[in-house]
Design a protein around this ligand. Structure first.
Ligand code: ADP
Ligand code: MG
Length: 274
């Protein structure tokens, strides 16, 4: 199912070493190193613009780093394209929703299965036999995920008519449909109310327990971070300013100062534009 299971697989799922990435003159990541261990829920935290999404884009092959290396399950994947990273068992959700409008909830989740379609099969004389079997197997997994994520009632709705909170849940379901070994979530609770946040937190914890998936989550709700993360890294201006257990790391004076700085800057902006 997953292409590469390295012989020396130990408990390190992801190792990033000295990651640097610039955009023009802006250094978005200035040498970030971190390890994620098997079975962890690992939090990537930090004020807006600190480099969290860029880090995930480097790991998943969307942006090649200017320096540093990315190792996944013991394999160097630093320059691999996104689809190649996905085939190694990585699924992600995006900070801005990336669902297909006009398609149903069910069909959007089915798209999560496409990472497993083998190009060689398309060339096969017996493609249609294979395709039918594959389709049935995919359906079964998708039905399972729909039940797991409690999306039965809206499975046939076009995604654009359902509320934002549920759309985020569909996106998480699509990522789980790929049956990832490593799941990366970029602000999965953005724009959600307390009840919706608790639902998603529960799904994330259950996914780890029941589906043997390691999770990296970008999150700025500190209550969520302390409730579900085993370890976190806090970024500020592209550098790690604290790491460790969540309640200890977020109490670090450098972290408090970084968040206060952001609030002060926001007040300043509001003041300047009003
Ligand atoms: P975060 O996810 O922590 O809010 P990002 O990783 O999105 O932060 O952004 C880090 C910095 O890099 C920001 O200053 C942002 O404007 C810049 N940046 C991110 N992506 C791009 C891009 N594609 N082009 C130019 N600048 C970018
Ligand atoms: Mg971001």
């Amino acid at each position: 199912m997953v292409d590469h299971v390295p012989a020396n697989m130990n408990d390190t799922v992801l190792r990033c070493a000295g990651i640097e990435r610039s955009f023009g003159g802006l250094k978005a990541l200035k040498g970030v190193s971190l390890d994620v261990h098997r079975g962890e829920i690992f939090g990537l935290v930090g004020p807006n613009g600190s480099g969290k999404t860029t880090m995930v884009n480097v790991v998943t092959g969307f942006y090649p780093p200017n320096a540093g290396s990315v190792t996944l399950f013991g394999e160097n994947i630093t320059r691999l394209a996104p689809h190649a990273v996905a085939r190694r068992g990585v699924a992600r959700t995006f900070q801005n929703l990336a669902l297909f409008r006009g398609m149903s909830v069910l069909d959007n989740i089915m798209l999560g299965r496409h990472v497993h379609t083998r190009p060689s099969a398309l060339a096969s004389l017996f493609y249609w036999v294979w395709a039918l079997r594959e389709e049935l197997a995919n359906r079964k997994i998708v039905e399972e995920i729909i039940e797991f994520m409690q999306l039965q009632d809206i499975r046939d709705e076009p995604v654009e008519v359902i509320p934002m909170g549920l759309q985020k849940r569909v996106e998480l379901a699509r990522a789980l449909a790929a049956e990832p070994r490593f799941l990366i979530l970029d602000e999965p609770m953005a724009g959600m109310n307390q009840e919706e946040k608790e639902y998603i937190a529960r799904f994330i914890l259950d996914a780890r327990e029941e589906r043997d998936v390691t999770i990296l989550i970008i999150e700025h709700h500190m209550d969520v971070v302390t409730a579900i993360c085993d370890r976190i890294v806090v970024l500020s201006y592209g550098e790690i300013i604290a790491e460790g257990r969540p309640h200890e790391a977020i109490a670090d004076p450098a972290v408090v100062a970084a968040y206060l700085g952001q609030r002060a800057a926001a007040r300043h902006l509001v003041g300047a534009t009003s």
